[in-house]
Design a protein around this ligand. Structure first.
Ligand code: LLP
Length: 436
């Protein structure tokens, strides 16, 4: 399978060697060992700046704000760099709220989404003073009203609308179809807003929708946008004022041959449509994740063994599905490159990990010129990479490094096996603890 390499910022190949900004990937693998996630600060910041610049319209007014979907990559260093550039955040759990507060994010820059928020998560978000909770069902709305009453406040909310549009993406990452669990069914939206307007501890602020992820065309967004703008007009007629419109995230990236609209084109297309339809008064929120960090990360791994099978050759590396789950889960394609050119003969391999599952593969039918011991870079691994990693097979999760120019920072240490079972105990140990 021969696909073009994605076009990258922050990672480049010079004289047959790959670099993260000013440092060779071979040196990073040597200094920090593998498997290793490497992020480029410049790549993250330049993608953010592209979004932010497009949020300011030609007449100088700010039309939109970026709330980074931290589920894509929630390392504190990534969050802190984006916060310093002015980003707000989109959260989906109490854990993500804790991360945002840990880096000192302004609570008023936080929107809290998710289909199954627990009472404790709602209470913590309200106590923290988040900008908005995106509500996904009438039951959740009623629960928020009760919790807000106990806290003696009014909860700022948006309703997440399921617009029933097809985002033409992988079925696991499509969220705006009527069969998906997300959002409030389109035909129930008006009645749910009426209920929200009636509840004494609910403050209706906005409307929200998110149709999926890795979307490579603006047209499904425009379909969803038109439907949501229609709802805003109907709500206005009923005396329910919507102050902000949250269009979610989902802009795709180039993994190897995709050509999504670039960030500027994409943002302009949406904002132009909103202005053309006469909704200039609305504050617009965007929640990009992948398009900010996806191509800002590489997973480095070392070749352990080259093995010849009956019909296939295997390049067995020390990263696995527990480190990067996307290929196993979605059959996702990630380009794989040797970080240094070698004199090895090119051969076709399935690149696989050491985990005891046949689904543990990172790339299929790749032509690679490698020897055992060589380092490979798995590209476009900055989003939904580390954050989806697990400890399956009692494998400690990889270390993470951020490169800024000629400087590399260890932003998360590699997990040791002991750290993985520190919280466990045998029955004997547990009964001794109980007696204490
Ligand atoms: N906002 C909401 C409400 C979301 O559910 C998501 C992603 C985003 C924003 C950010 O979407 P992005 O800009 O990153 O596409 N694990 C999958 C992707 C799951 C996306 C879930 N929701 C993958 O590896 O492809």
């Amino acid at each position: 399978m021969k696909k073009p390499l994605p076009s990258l910022v922050g990672f480049s190949e010079k004289n047959h060697q790959w670099f993260a900004e000013g440092i060779s990937l071979a040196k990073l693998a040597h200094d920090f060992s593998t498997p290793l996630y490497v992020y480029s600060k410049e790549a993250i910041c330049s993608a953010y700046r592209a979004y932010d610049a497009a949020c300011i319209r030609p007449n100088g007014t700010r039309r939109a704000r970026i709330h980074y979907a931290m589920k894509a990559n929630s390392n504190l260093a990534v969050l802190d760099e984006l916060k310093q550039l002015g980003a707000g955040f989109d959260l989906v759990s109490g854990g993500e709220l804790a991360r945002a507060l840990q880096i000192g994010a302004d609570p008023k820059s936080l929107v809290f989404a998710g289909v199954g928020k627990s009472s404790a998560e709602i209470e913590n978000a309200l106590r923290a003073g988040v900008k908005c909770i995106n509500v996904e069902s009438i039951s959740e709305l009623q629960r928020i009203n009760i919790i807000a009453k106990t806290l003696g406040l009014r909860a700022p909310i948006s309703l997440r609308v399921n617009p029933d549009v097809n985002a033409n993406t992988h079925p696991y990452i499509s969220t705006g179809l009527k069969d998906n669990k997300f959002g409030i069914a389109f035909h129930d939206v008006l009645k749910t807003y009426r209920e929200a307007a009636r509840l004494p501890h609910i403050d209706v602020l906005g409307i929200d929708c998110h149709i999926g992820s890795q979307i490579t065309s603006a047209s499904p967004y425009l379909d969803a946008l038109d439907k949501v703008l229609g709802l805003i007009t109907q709500l206005q007629l009923e005396g329910i004022t919507i102050h902000h419109l949250d269009l979610g995230g989902g802009l795709g990236i180039d993994y190897g041959g995709e050509s999504p609209p670039n960030i500027t084109e994409f943002t302009n297309t949406l904002l132009n449509r909103i202005e053309e339809q006469g909704f200039n008064h609305l504050e617009v929120l965007l929640e990009p994740g992948r398009s900010l960090v996806g191509n800002a990360g590489v997973l480095l791994t070392q070749v352990e063994y080259l093995k010849t099978g009956v019909d296939k050759n295997f390049c067995i590396v020390n990263a696995a599905m527990n480190d990067l789950m996307r290929p196993a889960l979605y059959e996702a394609y990630h380009a794989i490159v040797p970080v240094q050119m070698s004199s090895a003969k090119p051969n076709q391999y399935d690149v696989v990990g050491p985990v005891c599952e046949s689904g543990d593969w990172l790339g299929k039918d790749r032509t690679l010129a490698v020897y055992e011991g060589d380092i490979l870079g798995i590209l476009s691994a900055g989003a939904y990479g580390f954050v989806m990693s697990s400890n399956y097979n009692t494998r400690g999760r990889a270390a993470e490094v951020m490169v800024d120019g000629n400087q590399a920072y260890l932003v998360r240490e590699r997990e040791t096996p002991e750290s993985l079972f520190n919280n466990e105990r045998t029955l004997n140990q547990a009964s001794t603890l109980k007696q204490k």
